[in-house]
Design a protein around this ligand. Structure first.
Ligand SMILES: O=C(O)CCC(=O)C(=O)O
Length: 272
């Protein structure tokens, strides 16, 4: 018989999330999913006409490209945004039904201009710590559990070892009301306050956007590909540039239309 139980975080994963602001979900995507999602992104990277397909691309030299508004481009990317193993976990953290707020990807490798000695001058090399919301107005506690109204799933489509640019985070910062700048300065003064993710392809980092996080400089010769979906309750707006066209929404199956379009708006179905 088919297992129809809604996926949920185990108590250990939920505790990890509440303490640290993130949890790494190992082997969520199958090798076939990883390969289709990666192929779509690499095809996109080489596409000279992304604008007409509503995709944005921000390049930092030839070694780093950030692609955004991806779900109309390829069905594998839509599949990731609506993934049945992930959306229920996001809803658990948000505390109710969600809509897609953004879809982005990064394909990057070591900056060819980087001074290798400098790259190894500290244990971790975050390139720009930031957060998308903050504790106190972007978060709440309900029935003793931490919730955040802006949550991301970040899939590693390539293995990331210690030198391969796994995301850096400041564990616990998701629940602190300190100014971000002070937390970042303090964490950068003592590497023990920073955690760098190591993961195998197909693993997914689930995190609250109130958690301070950063892309990490790559030191190895490996290329990294990641795929990210952001979610919020449906009455919130998509990140500018991530508007999905009404024509595309019309083509979607009814089950995922509200997720991709935000059409549920203020009719918020809470989940606890
Ligand atoms: O590149 C990464 O590992 C982190 C991406 C990131 O900072 C973000 O999605 O906001």
């Amino acid at each position: 018989m088919e297992n129809t139980k809604t996926p949920s975080l185990t108590p250990a994963q939920r505790l990890h999330f509440d303490i640290y602001g993130f949890v790494l979900l190992e082997n969520v995507l199958t090798p076939d999913e990883v390969s289709r999602m990666k192929d779509a992104l690499h095809h996109m990277k080489a596409d000279p006409d992304l604008k007409s397909k509503r995709v944005y691309a921000h390049k930092r030299g030839d070694h780093h490209v950030l692609l955004g508004n991806l779900v109309e481009y390829d069905s594998a990317l839509l599949e990731y945004a609506a993934h049945p193993k992930l959306v229920p976990l996001v809803e658990e953290i948000v505390g109710g039904k969600v809509r897609l707020e953004e879809s982005e990807a990064i394909i990057n490798r070591r900056d060819p201009e980087a001074d290798i000695e400098e790259l190894y001058s500290r244990r971790y090399k975050p390139t720009g710590f930031h957060r998308g919301t903050q504790h106190g107005w972007g978060t709440y506690i309900e029935q003793d559990k931490f919730h955040c109204v802006f949550v991301k799933t970040l899939a590693y489509l390539t293995d990331v070892g210690p030198d391969d640019g796994g995301t850096c985070v400041i564990p616990g910062s998701h629940r602190l009301t300190w100014p971000a700048k002070e937390m970042i300065e303090a964490a950068l003064s003592d590497d023990k306050l920073i955690y760098q993710v190591e993961a195998t392809a197909g693993s997914v980092l689930l995190f609250a956007e109130s958690l301070i996080h950063s892309t990490t400089a790559i030191r190895s010769d490996k290329e990294r590909t990641i795929l990210i979906s952001g979610y919020t309750p449906p009455m919130l707006r998509e990140w500018p540039g991530n508007e999905v066209s009404p024509e595309f929404i019309e083509t979607l199956p009814d089950e995922i239309k509200p997720l991709i379009s935000g059409s549920d708006s203020w009719r918020w179905q809470r989940r606890y």
